[in-house]
Design a protein around this ligand. Sequence first.
Ligand SMILES: C=C1C[C@]23C[C@@]1(O)CC[C@H]2[C@@]12CC[C@H](O)[C@@](C)(C(=O)O1)[C@H]2[C@@H]3C(=O)O
Ligand SMILES: O=C(O)CCC(=O)C(=O)O
Ligand SMILES: [Fe+2]
Length: 330
Amino acid sequence: MVVLAKPAPLEQISIIKTHTSNNFFTGVPVIDLSRPDSKATMIKACMELGFFKVINHGIPTGLVSRLEAEAVKFFSLSQVEKERDSGIRSLFGYGSKRIGSNGDVGWLEYLLMQTNRESLSRTSQALFRANPDAFRSAVSEYLSAVKKLACEVLEMMAEGLNIQPKNVFSKLLMDEESDSLFRLNHYPPCPQLQEVDCKLTGFGEHTDPQIISILRSNNTSGLQISLRDGSWVSVPSDQKSFFINVGDSLQVLTNGRFRSVRHRVLANSYKSRVSMIYFGGPPQRERLAPLPLLMGEGEESLYKEFTWFEYKTSAYKTRLADNRLGQFMK
Ligand SMILES: C=C1C[C@]23C[C@@]1(O)CC[C@H]2[C@@]12CC[C@H](O)[C@@](C)(C(=O)O1)[C@H]2[C@@H]3C(=O)O
Ligand SMILES: O=C(O)CCC(=O)C(=O)O
Ligand SMILES: [Fe+2]
């Protein structure tokens, strides 16, 4: 017997009362990668917010717009075509409104994939039947560029923290067995909300479990981050820049010096948002513990010992908004 998943009804997606229509945060740290003082600004941003944006990153606009065009083409297909391959329920591939497998829902559809060659080929063949190679090559070239950017940023972080070698973090992403993911999100407009002073949750609040996330979106706002006092602020969109999130694993590796940023996306009532996120993760066998070179005299680890596999397995049993690192704190 085939059991079809029921569509998530709109009423299940949380409505957020905003009242403040667009209180855009003007304090997003901007790191200009071409400036010599950028390491210090980056460290400050990682400690205070766990979030910043990078400019002068060197990633060609053409690479980004080519992938965005492929994503838009895919999301414009009929629902039947998009769901063609989702017979076997799996974490990866196309998803609509359901996030993860523990009951979270949001006003979005997405493509989630592993970054290795086989997984990318499988997704391209299954979902981009008309021209799998166009999608595969657009993702693959984009991923090479953002992975390089992620490594450059992680090396600047190591240098800014005065720890050696400078590839202590980046080698985890460069490892052949790095467990990294890539996600294309599409948040359709929600015209029903135009009349009311409310927003619909696109992607509920959470922290990213990996080391680092590199996010790029089109010119539609919606991303919000939580500040240290727990208040939410809207990040102005900037399609030419990349936004960087510190993930839970980097918080652990730095013994809490860097904080993984809590973030969420609110759907826009009249504009569609498309985002692409690379989640740089370590190999599954990797032990996650504060780097000894970083620890001050007598400083103890805030966390119990665990591998990325153990953390990921436990994280994927949690709800989106849960504090996943809580159970690994000493
Ligand atoms: C509810 C969930 C979705 C998620 C797996 C989880 O159980 C908790 C972490 C979620 C998250 C957030 C960042 C990324 O978008 C993601 C792919 C990840 O690695 O962790 C998602 C997971 C998902 O969508 O499956
Ligand atoms: O789509 C976005 O802008 C952010 C989505 C996100 O936080 C995620 O996929 O983990
Ligand atoms: Fe996220």
